[in-house]
Design a protein around this ligand. Structure first.
Ligand SMILES: Nc1ncnc2c1ncn2[C@@H]1O[C@H](COP(=O)(O)OP(=O)(O)O)[C@@H](O)[C@H]1O
Ligand SMILES: [Mg+2]
Length: 203
């Protein structure tokens, strides 16, 4: 890292890191969510790191654009982490809820569930797509609690897409996670409205 006595060199060093991180992230975006879209103002504000709430809970009916918005918002969020308070390239983990719940199962792989919990407690941003889509067990809810409680007490952000509100999630995530999530996303719940975009595309 260049010395801080040369602000221009430091800035261009950070810009280089930023462009590399954004390019790496962009390569991970699934094909149908690659296109840049206009984000809802509140979502764009969160992505730019200007929202009061560090977490974002994107809700709304199926097909409204929650997942697409979340991928593009995360891309912008990564970009925004390279500002004046730059603290290294952020680590982002993205899971569909179904894949995450599978990976957390006790029989997934020996010890890998534990390692995953520890990892997801610490990553800079945890994005869980379609949280209400998965079916959980008491075991999964325990693991989720370990992840969310640690993130909650350290104010580490989550990005959730979900077709129901946090208050309606108890059945999926358990009551303790529902309560943590509601607290973490207070002021950060965004409802997307309008027509089903999938149907529009098929018409
Ligand atoms: N702002 C947008 N402009 C154009 N197409 C969009 C936009 N948001 C979403 N889409 C498209 O609409 C479809 C449904 O979006 P998706 O994010 O999967 O919905 P959801 O996650 O709410 O079910 C996808 O094909 C997606 O690419
Ligand atoms: Mg979706």
């Amino acid at each position: 890292m260049p010395s801080s006595s040369d602000p221009t060199a430091r800035q261009s060093w950070i810009a280089e890191r930023r462009d590399a991180a954004v390019a790496t992230f962009t390569a991970k975006i699934p094909a149908i969510y690659q296109a840049g879209i206009e984000l809802e103002p509140e979502v764009a504000k969160w992505a730019a790191g200007r929202a009061d709430c560090p977490s974002l809970f994107l809700t709304g009916p199926i097909g409204i654009g929650k997942t697409h918005s979340a991928w593009q918002a995360t891309r912008q969020w990564v970009h925004a982490q390279f500002g004046s308070d730059y603290r290294g390239t952020p680590v982002v983990e993205i899971f569909r809820s179904t894949a995450l719940f599978d990976a957390l199962r006790p029989d997934a792989h020996e010890n890998s569930g534990r390692a995953l919990v520890r990892h997801l407690q610490k990553v800079d941003l945890l994005f869980i797509d379609d949280l209400a889509a998965a079916r959980s067990s008491a075991w999964t809810q325990e693991r989720l609690y370990e992840i969310f409680d640690e993130r909650y007490i350290n104010r580490r952000p989550v990005l959730i897409t979900c077709d129901v509100l946090p208050a309606e999630l108890a059945e999926v995530v358990g009551d303790r996670v529902r309560s943590r999530l509601a607290e973490m996303c207070r002021g950060g719940v965004v409802l997307l409205q309008g027509a089903d975009r999938r149907r529009g595309a098929a018409a």
